[in-house]
Each structure stands twice: as C-alpha cells, then as structure tokens.
Design a protein around this ligand. Structure first.
Ligand code: CP
Length: 307
C-alpha cells in the first residue's frame, strides 16, 4: 500500500488506514536498528533537511538517524546558527532550501501552522516536527506504535494524559490519534491548563490526577510548557508537584499493569518522580527507540515507498 499524501502535517487529517499503514511500516523498520551495520540503501540519493526553529533532542536526532539508516543524505539546520539570525524570513529560508532540491523538509517551528504554510508553497514533502501548541504528529505516531507493541492493540484501552494540556501539541496529536484508534482518553491538569471545550475532541476531563489515573492502562505525563505560557498559570512548581505529580503515592490507583509514558524532556520531581520515571512500569525509552522507526517509515512512505 502507498501513502497517498505529499506531507505529514497532523494526526487530525490522517485516516485510521493511514495510521495503520505508518505503524506497520515502522514495525518493519525496527529490525534495521538492531543490526550491526544499521543501514539499508532504500533512500540512497534522497536528501532530507531538518529545519528546526525550536530546541530539540529526540525529534531532530531521530529524524537524522532515520534518514541516515535509510541511506539518505541528512542536513540539520538550527535557526540559531542560520541566516534567520540576520533577519531572513521563514518563506525566504524555505525558498532557498527548495532551490537546492531536497526531497523532504522536516520543520519544527513555534508558530502553529508554519509547516502547513510551507506545504502549500514548496514542491517538497513537509513533515511537521512540532508547530507551536498545535500538533506533533510524529510523537503521537511513535506513542501509538509503543502502546500497540506493549499492549497488543489500542482499542478499548483507558489512557490518562496529565499535565499542561492547553499548551501541549503532544496532547492534541495524541488525543486525535488515540480516539481515532478506539482508546478512551481522560485528560487532567489544573483548570488553567485545560483548554475550554476540549471535551469536543472526545475526551473526559478531570482536574485531579487521582480521578484521571484510576484504573488507567496507560498514563502519559506531560511537562509544563513554560515557553508557551503568557502568564504564570500555577502558583509554584512545588505546589504543582504536590497536586499533579505521578509518584509512588498515587500510581497504585491505576491498573497493576499500567504503562507510564512521557514524550520528554522530563522535569523529574515536578510532573513525575524519578522512581516512577525509571521504574518497572516506565516505557519512556521504548518511545524514543520507536521514534527512529516511525520517522524511517514516514521518510520511506513520503518518498514513494510501498508497504
Ligand atoms: N518529544 C520531543 O519532541 O522531544 P524533543 O523536544 O527533544 O524533540
């Protein structure tokens, strides 16, 4: 099967069939990363540009590794070390990159909709690596892949997403993905971190972590997105941790086989205690491993690969 779209901009517009195609393709790429020689020639001669206007460890590195393991030439551009600091606009930067004829441009930008604008302007495939508080589709895909691998499926699971829902592109993409795939999604956080009307996305809302994680199969903890807050929306980190941290005192409310997820970066001792982050229920590093496979799958499918 082919993925009949030029760009990956959000989970909202993906069908269940498309999500399944991406996850199945990603499953088939897991093995490449376990080989002694972690390279296949599938994308030889293709060029992938990672254009990052915001900081990243996991997403940028895994896109670079994904491209390299498929044999593509990968180029990383950070806004802070590019001509953006001399005043070049996003459109001019993108037009100049287009003139060098890459095949895929991966973009992370603080402005919601920036990848969509490039997708409309450029002939290259655009992958959204996170746009403001809007979407982070590749994170949600790797999360879906990880849940599916660990639980054998997604439909019927109870997934609690706890933290700064209002400013989280990870939460939005995961809500779209998890509800499409048949999971029940509960969100929780302080009232100031829950966007008005979020119930319309098909989720149940709680303002206490204990209510949200009760009998949960999966708990996804989120950090506070201080870089996107206009004003202080909680009194102190100590108080936030007291009421919304996942820790030894409340994890027992979830199911015995609960799995703990976090997209990273974690603020240990704030939204999650270190013993839970590193404990037997944590699949946080499995998420990172699967991130490479999901990004390999997307690069492969967007450059015409068939699965
Ligand atoms: N999960 C995630 O997007 O992490 P980075 O910001 O490190 O890419």
């Amino acid at each position: 099967m082919k993925l009949n779209r030029k760009d990956i901009l959000g989970i909202q517009e993906l069908s269940v069939e498309e999500i399944n195609l991406i996850l199945e393709t990603a499953d088939s790429f897991i093995e490449v990363s376990t080989r002694e020689i972690k390279k296949v020639p599938t994308l030889r001669g293709k060029t992938v540009i990672n254009l990052f206007y915001e900081a990243s460890t996991r997403t940028r590195t895994s896109f670079e590794i994904a491209g390299k393991r498929l044999g593509a030439d990968t180029i990383n551009i950070s806004a802070s070390t590019s001509s953006v600091v001399k005043g070049e606009t996003l459109i001019d930067t993108a037009r100049n990159l287009e003139a060098m004829n890459p095949d895929v441009i991966v973009i992370r930008h603080a402005a919601a909709g920036a990848p969509h604008m490039l997708a409309g302007l450029l002939r290259q495939s655009i992958i959204n690596a996170g746009d403001g508080a809007h979407e982070h589709p590749t994170q949600a895909l790797l999360d879906l892949m990880t849940i599916r691998a660990k639980k054998g499926g997604i439909a019927g699971l109870k997934v609690a997403i706890v933290g700064d829902i209002a400013h989280s592109r990870v939460a939005r993409s995961n809500i779209h993905g998890l509800t499409k795939m048949g999971a029940a999604v509960i969100v929780a956080g302080p009232a100031t971190m829950i966007p008005r009307g979020i119930e319309k996305m098909g989720v149940v809302v709680h303002t206490q972590i204990e209510e949200a994680i009760r009998e949960a199969d999966i708990i996804m903890m989120l950090r506070i997105q201080t870089e996107r807050e206009q004003q202080n929306i909680f009194p102190s980190l100590r108080e936030y941790a007291q009421y919304f941290s996942l820790n030894r005192g409340n994890i027992g409310l979830a199911r015995k086989d609960v799995l703990i997820m976090h997209p990273g970066p974690m603020n240990r001792g704030v939204e999650i205690s270190p013993d839970i982050a590193d404990g037997p229920h944590s699949i946080i590093l499995d998420q990172v491993t699967n991130g490479v496979a999901v990004r390999m799958a997307l690069l492969y499918l967007l450059t015409g690969g068939v699965s």
